[in-house]
Design a protein around this ligand. Structure first.
Ligand code: ADP
Length: 266
């Protein structure tokens, strides 16, 4: 972590704002509006939510959605304890009762029953229906629903229904500019500016190299990993290969072509 940061910043997760996202999040929190963060993987959506929850002084409850997650897992279930049947809240119910920021990461991955269960939380009702225990839970004032969605992931397979999308205020994220990404790498890893610049130069080349046919382009997360390895003393070209190139492709000629691009930067 960068030694020059102030105490207030040290208590918050490190986040480098890139547009008006902080003001928008604060307005949504104040107006009790649900927020959908759209953007490719590794561009800073989750870090932004961590930062904003801490900045607002609210608890953050994160659910990584996947296709095995059921509404029961999220809302709660009856369990047997010491011979008694007791209701046990799931993470969504806990967030609603406690006034937390609930972050549904990759909401498009969730099963339809999960999405339907959170719908009443997204409108004026701000309620959760627990059919199994015949209870309606009304969200406290501080409760905020935030979801993320990668529009470029498995296009066509995991789409969010328009009726769900229209329930959220939407904020698009993308990879930062080279200058912003240099700051992010330095703030996150304490790497030298020259290293950060070379990594973002490599990212620029790879993100624009359509001929490589990559399914996904390198994310800020991969650059952070490479910067950490270099900071730990790993040779830069090897760090680029293991942290940036190999995670993106298994095709040997493509790996070679990408390593050649890395050699132009380092
Ligand atoms: P996403 O949720 O979009 O998949 P993350 O929030 O996990 O991505 O971001 C991946 C990593 O990239 C973070 O752990 C952090 O190191 C870095 N990062 C990306 N954007 C920023 C930013 N604006 N400020 C600080 N760190 C960032």
């Amino acid at each position: 972590m960068n030694a020059n940061r102030t105490m207030t910043e040290i208590q918050l997760p490190w986040y480098r704002p890139v547009a008006q996202e902080v003001a928008l999040f604060e307005a949504c929190a104040e107006q009790q509006l649900p927020l959908l963060l759209k953007g490719p993987t590794g561009c800073g959506k989750s870090r932004f939510v961590e930062y904003m929850a801490a900045r607002l002084g609210r608890e953050l409850i994160t659910v990584a959605c996947h296709d095995d997650t059921t509404a029961t897992d999220l809302l709660g279930r009856f369990l047997i304890r010491d011979g008694d049947t007791v209701w046990c809240d799931g993470p969504v119910t806990r967030a609603v009762r406690r006034g937390a920021v609930l972050y549904l990461d990759e909401i498009a991955e969730a099963r339809p029953d999960v999405v339907v269960a959170v719908h009443p939380l997204t409108d004026h009702r701000r309620e959760l229906y627990l059919d199994r225990c015949d209870e309606v839970v009304t969200a406290t004032a501080d409760f905020m629903l935030v979801a993320s969605f990668n529009p470029f992931y498995q296009q066509g397979l995991k789409e969010l229904k328009p009726s769900t999308r229209q329930r959220f205020v939407s904020l698009s994220f993308n990879y930062p500019t080279a200058a912003e990404e240099v700051e992010i790498l330095m703030g996150e890893t304490d790497c030298e500016r020259a290293v950060a610049r070379k990594l973002t130069a490599l990212a620029g080349k790879l993100r624009n190299a359509e001929l490589l046919g990559l399914a996904e382009i390198p994310s800020t997360r991969l650059l952070v990993d490479a910067a950490r390895l270099i900071h730990a003393g790993f040779p830069p070209r090897d760090a680029c290969r293991t942290a940036v190139i190999e995670p993106l492709t298994d095709d040997p000629p493509t790996v070679t072509a990408m390593c050649d691009l890395a050699a132009l930067c380092f």
